[in-house]
Design a protein around this ligand. Structure first.
Ligand SMILES: Cc1ncc(COP(=O)(O)O)c(C=O)c1O
Length: 427
């Protein structure tokens, strides 16, 4: 049986803690006292026979999410889904100040009232009516907001409709809840196929989508959202509108939130994050707003899983809301140039059909080589460029690649050249 090192961090020879504390230092730099106290144990029988829970097994057996290997050496990465900008300085300063001022305690379970008030005011502007701060739940990033909403809504056997391809977390959360994911293939132009969507939505508990879309970079228009509202009229189907990229839109017409569409707002759970707009991926802060009953249910899940939110981070988020307008504009202008650069470069590559670069920071070109996307990604890595396989986002993402332009212009230029060389070799 394979022996395992446990309690590497213990500094006394007293009885082992009930939970092994994670090491905070690489083992090569650990003090000798710790090394001397390292124990080697056989795994207990109960652990040797351990099986993950059924919820985890369901996710493991269906998940399309793949951990990309770290981009290292001379590899150019167009794979990342996060801004390459630093969090604006005044936001970092606000967090430091909050810590200095003693915001180091448990926060109220729904979040800091002052932040929830500010968010309610913003949501009210989208609604064209009054949103109560009592229906705002601050979450540990968009991920925990989506988790709380889906686990708070979906029962085993419930049908949950998602676009195909879409952000892969949705299907995993539905699997975890025991629901049935119903993926609806997008139309050729990567917008919704309204007929297919209408038929899939019959009897569905929930429809989850993101707008702008990860991975396609498409922005669903007011017309599409109104068509969705018409399809759902008179039904009990709820909607989660994940608008993580709503500040990153490049279409001539302004972005329409689901909350602005009369037929959707009463059934929509609005999911937001500070990660993308404010370059705050590592801070882990987002929020939900929606019908009171649904938010109360999501809050129960969020509190059970996460407890309360980090206080200082919430004050930093408040500063972001109040002061980052110019920062959002600055980053938007930069993404806009990079988007042009990438789209132009891709349009020159034979055999690529380039998607319409409408929003977020992704392009989702389709290639004509007869090689599955996962194998194509490996082939392209050998040509020095990291991208994501479209199949990671749904089976209809096959033969597509997701390219991120949240990368510097040099990386974009070099990455597109390498992509061209890699594809040329297959023609
Ligand atoms: C569409 C979408 N929603 C939510 C998230 C998760 O955001 P967060 O980093 O705040 O958990 C992501 C992250 O990539 C995303 O692309």
């Amino acid at each position: 049986m394979k022996a395992r090192r446990l309690f590497a961090n213990q500094t006394s020879s007293a009885a082992p803690p009930t939970q092994a504390a994670p090491s905070t230092q690489p083992s090569t730099t650990q003090p000798t006292t710790q090394i001397r106290n390292t124990m080697t144990l056989e795994p207990a029988t109960a652990v040797a026979h351990f099986q993950p829970s059924e919820a985890v097994l369901r996710v493991q057996s269906t998940s399309l999410r793949v951990q990309q290997p770290q981009s290292k050496g001379k590899l150019v990465s167009l794979a990342m889904g996060e801004p390459d900008f630093d969090t604006p300085a005044q936001v970092r300063a606000a967090a430091a100040q909050a810590l200095e001022e003693g915001y180091t305690h448990y926060s109220p379970l729904l979040g800091e009232p002052v932040l929830r008030e500010e968010l309610a005011a913003r949501i009210s502007r989208l609604l064209g009516g009054v949103a109560s701060s009592g229906d705002v739940l601050i979450t540990q990033g968009g991920t925990a907001g989506l988790s709380a909403a889906i686990l708070g809504i979906v029962n085993p056997g419930d049908r949950v409709v998602i676009p195909d391809p879409t952000y892969s977390l949705y299907a995993d959360l539905v699997s975890m809840a025991g629901g049935i994911t119903v993926p609806v293939p997008l139309a050729e132009d990567l917008h919704w196929d309204l007929e297919a969507l209408a038929s899939a939505l019959e009897g569905a508990k929930l429809f989850v989508f993101c707008n702008p879309s990860n991975p396609t970079g498409i922005v669903h228009s007011r017309r599409e959202l109104e068509a969705l509202a018409d399809m759902l009229e008179g039904t009990d189907t709820l909607v989660i509108s994940d608008e993580a990229y709503s500040d990153l839109v490049y279409t001539p017409e302004p972005f329409t939130s689901a909350l602005e569409v009369e037929g959707l707002r009463g059934r929509t759970i609005y999911c937001q994050t500070f990660s993308k707009s404010y370059a705050m991926t590592g801070w882990r802060v987002g929020y939900l707003w929606g019908p009171s009953e649904v938010i109360a249910s999501a809050a129960r899940v969020h509190n059970t899983f996460n407890g309360s939110m980090n206080q200082a981070v919430q004050y930093a988020a408040l500063t972001a809301l109040k002061t980052c307008g110019p920062d959002i504009e600055r980053m938007h202008a930069s993404y806009s140039l990079r988007r042009e650069l990438m789209a132009e470069g891709l349009r020159r590559i034979p055999g690529l059909t380039v998607s319409s670069p409408e929003g977020a920071f992704y392009l989702f070109p389709k290639y004509d080589a007869d090689l599955p996307a996962a194998a194509m990604v490996t082939h392209l890595r050998n040509h020095g460029v990291a991208v994501r396989p479209g199949s990671e986002f749904g089976s209809h993402g096959e033969f597509h690649l997701r390219l991120s332009y949240a990368a510097g212009t040099e990386a974009i230029t070099a990455g597109v050249e390498r992509l061209a060389a890699g594809l040329a070799e297959l023609r």
